[in-house]
Design a protein around this ligand. Structure first.
Ligand code: SF4
Length: 239
């Protein structure tokens, strides 16, 4: 299989089948904590990195070969190797997967393209969007997420606010916390103000538990994570 991975059982999604919308890592960020490691370049061009029809063919064949597992799935999750919204076929793909499988669709996105109305439009038929927002301070954003030069933090935030207004499904905002980078309480207070504007259904706090590919990138300790959860209020949970 080229595009399918899993199924994966997770606490937040149950049993889900992952779909990558590209064959290699294609991303407009180069996050210090990325599980795929750094590929040394970021890409901002939206195009067909993998054709929806090809991905659908693979999904159909997986379903035929794994009827039992297919019945147990709770979600099909679009994420994979990089940023799925860079693939311009994403809207059509969501439509087709829903029609074929009747399953719920989750999209895991780094939020960078949500300022573009066409990208938001393509996501409207998903059931769950898990966008990430690691920083609301430009210097911290650059330090952790190392964005392509064309990415604007204010457009990401405005895009998230607009998505909430247009999208009827659930939004679980993920914040990846890195020790000494975005976990300062002053930054968390600023983040809280922005999250209040975005109004997600949940705030999911994540932090690397193992050492990352990059040197000097560490997860946040349990006590500090708990403190941050408290500051962000009832919608926040540590995942
Ligand atoms: S957005 Fe995701 S895929 Fe892209 S660099 Fe960051 S962690 Fe990796």
């Amino acid at each position: 299989m080229k595009y399918i991975y899993g199924p994966i059982k997770s606490r937040r999604l149950g049993l889900s089948l992952g779909l990558s919308l590209s064959l290699d890592k294609v991303c407009d960020l180069d996050c210090v904590y990325c599980q795929w490691g750094s590929v040394g370049k970021t890409v901002l061009e939206r195009k067909v990195y993998a054709k929806a029809d090809e991905i659908i063919r693979e999904l159909k064949s997986w379903t035929r070969e794994n009827p039992q597992a297919a019945q147990e799935l709770k979600f099909v999750t679009l994420s994979g190797l990089g940023e799925p919204t860079l693939n311009t076929d994403i809207g059509g793909l969501i439509d087709q997967i829903k029609n074929i499988t009747g399953l719920k669709i989750a999209v895991i996105t780094n939020s960078t393209l949500l300022g573009d109305p066409a990208v938001r439009q393509g996501l409207l038929k998903a059931d769950l969007i898990v966008p990430s927002l690691d920083a609301v301070d430009l210097e911290i954003f650059k330090q952790i997420d190392r964005p392509h030069a064309g990415i604007k933090l204010n457009e990401i935030i405005d895009g998230l606010v607009a998505l909430r207004k247009e999208f009827d499904g659930k939004i679980w905002l993920e914040v990846m916390l890195i020790a000494g980078m975005n976990d300062g309480l002053r930054h968390i207070e600023e983040l809280k103000k922005v999250i209040w504007r975005i109004n997600p259904d949940k705030i999911q706090l994540n932090s690397p538990v193992r050492s990352t590919a990059e040197k000097n990138v560490f997860g946040v300790g349990k006590a500090k994570l708990e403190k941050i959860r408290e500051v962000l209020g009832d919608k926040a949970e540590i995942i």
